[in-house]
Design a protein around this ligand. Structure first.
Ligand SMILES: [Zn+2]
Length: 359
């Protein structure tokens, strides 16, 4: 079956020729908000801070809603100049926004930010992991995962993703262009397995790539095994947050063997405050290239805007600023540690150009 937009990248402003992608950051978040926006705009940086006794004073989001003009203006003022700078000074013509529902912004926001900045955005659909009970905000079982995932069948979850990719999100012209999945621990929960089976079905119908949240050693194997069993071509899968996997010498053969089966791996959260910390990653990247798998590496920052602190603002767990930190800080530090121009070009340009188009 030939896919809608085969060979093109599905951006929030329509299908795009991959030749125009330039450098691509593959894991960012313009708007990752697990809380409702309140009428007084509590969740803006100027608003009162949550307290330790009450870190999440706002209700949790269970569905996406249009954004207030105030918050949109905040993003236009803060994010657009950074995106413009990343594009004009560093050739970042596109980035992949891997925020999944219901934490994403209303779809028109991505189109507005993309038009204002000239940077193309590939937006995810899909499902987040089941957070361990008691961790972060998941104080009660109902907060561990999006309620829709709990109640829907595999078919309903797959149909949801297929609609967002092929027809548009919330009845708008904005389409999702990739599938996001995640797991919490090396052994997947039943609800997480359901999301992976659903995404495999959506992948078959749409041909967009799958990108994952994978922080534990062993999670890559459970994720890739279930996707493989469901018939997904592992060349279409990007396993994310794997700097630690690659930097662990005892684990490198596991990664290389999955790469041998086609899977892609993406280090993220590259905080270079202590550059020497990353020497093992650069050595691992050299080894991956020497093993002939340099075409299976991608970079993401996991930067942007979220409510991790209970306030909607720039991500606080990474040094500032979003997008630009990669070009101003990470790449110079990595080059000083020995990352070659060819490796950088392959990871930031060539690999996204091959992975992002619909297949
Ligand atoms: Zn992320």
């Amino acid at each position: 079956m030939s896919k809608l937009h085969a060979g093109k990248v599905i951006t929030v402003c329509g299908p795009m020729d991959p030749a125009r992608l330039g450098r691509v950051l593959m894991h960012e978040h313009l708007h990752s908000d697990m809380c409702e926006e309140d009428p007084a705009n509590f969740g803006l940086p100027s608003a009162p801070r949550p307290t330790p006794e009450n870190p999440y004073p706002l209700p949790f989001r269970t569905e996406e809603k249009p954004m207030s003009p105030k918050r949109l203006q905040y993003l236009l003022d803060d994010a657009v100049p950074l995106l413009q700078q990343a594009k004009t000074e560093h050739g970042m013509n596109a980035y992949c926004d891997v925020t999944m529902p219901p934490w994403r912004a209303w779809p028109d926001v991505y189109a507005k930010i993309s038009r204002a900045s000239g940077v193309q955005i590939i937006l995810a659909t899909g499902f987040y992991r089941e957070i361990e009970l008691g961790k972060y905000w998941a104080k009660t079982p109902d907060l561990q995962i999006w309620p829709f995932v709990r109640k829907a069948s595999v078919e309903e979850l797959a149909d949801f993703c297929i609609r967002e990719i092929l027809e548009g999100i919330h009845g708008t012209e904005v389409h999702a262009g990739c599938l996001k999945l995640g797991t919490s621990l090396p052994s997947m929960t039943e609800l997480e397995k359901k999301t992976f089976r659903a995404a495999a079905r959506a992948w078959k119908q749409t041909g967009v790539h799958i990108t994952t949240h994978c922080t534990w050693l062993g999670s890559e194997t459970s994720q890739l095994t279930i996707l493989d069993n469901e018939g997904v071509d592992l060349r279409r899968v990007v396993i994310g947050h794997v700097a630690g996997h690659l930097m662990n010498p005892g684990y490198r053969n596991t990664i290389l063997s999955w790469m041998g089966r086609g899977a892609n791996f993406m280090p993220t959260n590259l905080n270079v405050t202590r550059p020497e910390h990353w020497r093992p990653l650069i050595e691992a990247i050299h080894q991956v290239f020497e093993a002939g798998h340099g075409d299976k590496l991608l970079f993401g920052m996991d930067h942007g805007y979220c409510t991790e602190t209970g306030v909607f603002e720039r991500v606080q767990f990474m040094p500032q600023p979003p997008w630009m930190y990669m070009f101003q800080n990470v790449l110079p530090a990595f080059r000083a540690l020995g990352l070659t121009a060819v490796e950088e070009q392959t990871i930031l340009c060539d690999n996204p150009r091959r992975i992002l188009p619909v297949q």
